[in-house]
Design a binder for this molecule. Structure first.
Ligand SMILES: Nc1ncnc2c1ncn2[C@@H]1O[C@H](COP(=O)(O)OP(=O)(O)OP(=O)(O)O)[C@@H](O)[C@H]1O
Ligand SMILES: [Mg+2]
Length: 218
């Protein structure tokens, strides 16, 4: 686990309306960051840019490897990071096959993929649902399965966009426990509108406001 991430003067506008006005931040490896801010302030935009799904208008997203050298934004790097979106689409097949999907894509053999997928499902309390079709899961279970699919590949840096939006307190707790269970083993950058949750889970709470990022005090 040695992936470093630095945001350098990231600027982004849509249709002439500025959203990100020069984001500078150095994310330490292996920490949990919670990103907060009002609806529409640009959190998801920043998450897409940091996870290399979208390009900024100007500025840079710099990933660094073990020796601190900047890494190319190639498929090798992209496979070390994952963005989980709210309402991530599940596939019309078993929970287990959903959880194993990213492993298959990454060339894991069938039995290794199954082992890792089962472990990820257990981590989100879905060990008893492996054979159920994903499309028949409750929405709280679906959200947990989407998290399992994202963590099964053991990304070094995991972006979670509102991982507990619209789930009940029980499912929220299961997801929070799964996130805390990963603490120290991988970097996590998550967004949330739940301030108490942000301070419960994160090493650092960040606030995005008027296009700039600041650290929030406890
Ligand atoms: N591809 C796009 N085209 C046009 N406008 C966009 C695009 N993506 C985002 N926006 C706009 O940029 C602004 C920031 O959106 P973003 O989704 O990043 O906010 P957010 O902080 O994640 O909000 P929320 O808390 O509601 O999820 C919004 O006004 C949104 O409509
Ligand atoms: Mg958003």
């Amino acid at each position: 686990m040695s992936l470093g991430l630095r945001a350098e003067a990231i600027v982004k506008s849509y249709g002439g309306k500025p959203v990100l006005g020069g984001i500078n931040y150095n994310f330490s490896t292996g920490k949990i960051y919670a990103l907060m801010g009002a609806n529409g302030c640009g959190k998801s935009t920043l998450m897409r840019i940091l996870s290399l799904l979208e390009s900024p208008d100007s500025g840079g997203v710099v990933y660094t490897g073990e020796n601190g050298m900047a890494l190319k934004h190639d498929i090798g790097l992209r496979r070390r990071i994952t963005l989980l979106l709210p309402n991530a689409g599940l596939f019309n097949t078993t929970a287990l096959k959903n959880a194993a999907y990213g492993l298959g894509v990454r060339g894991f053999g069938r039995s290794e993929a199954k082992k890792l997928a089962l472990r990820a499902l257990a981590a989100v309390g879905l060990g008893h649902k492996t054979k159920q079709n994903a499309l028949t899961l409750s929405s709280g279970e679906s959200q947990r399965l989407a998290l399992a699919r994202a963590v099964a590949i053991e990304p070094e840096l995991l972006f979670l966009d509102e991982p507990t939006a619209s789930v009940d307190p029980y499912n929220k707790e299961v997801i929070e426990d799964a996130i805390l269970g990963m603490k120290g083993r991988r970097g996590i950058i998550m967004t949330t509108h739940d301030e108490a949750q942000a301070f419960r889970l994160a090493d650092v709470v960040l606030v995005l406001e008027n296009g700039v990022l600041r650290e929030a005090g406890r």
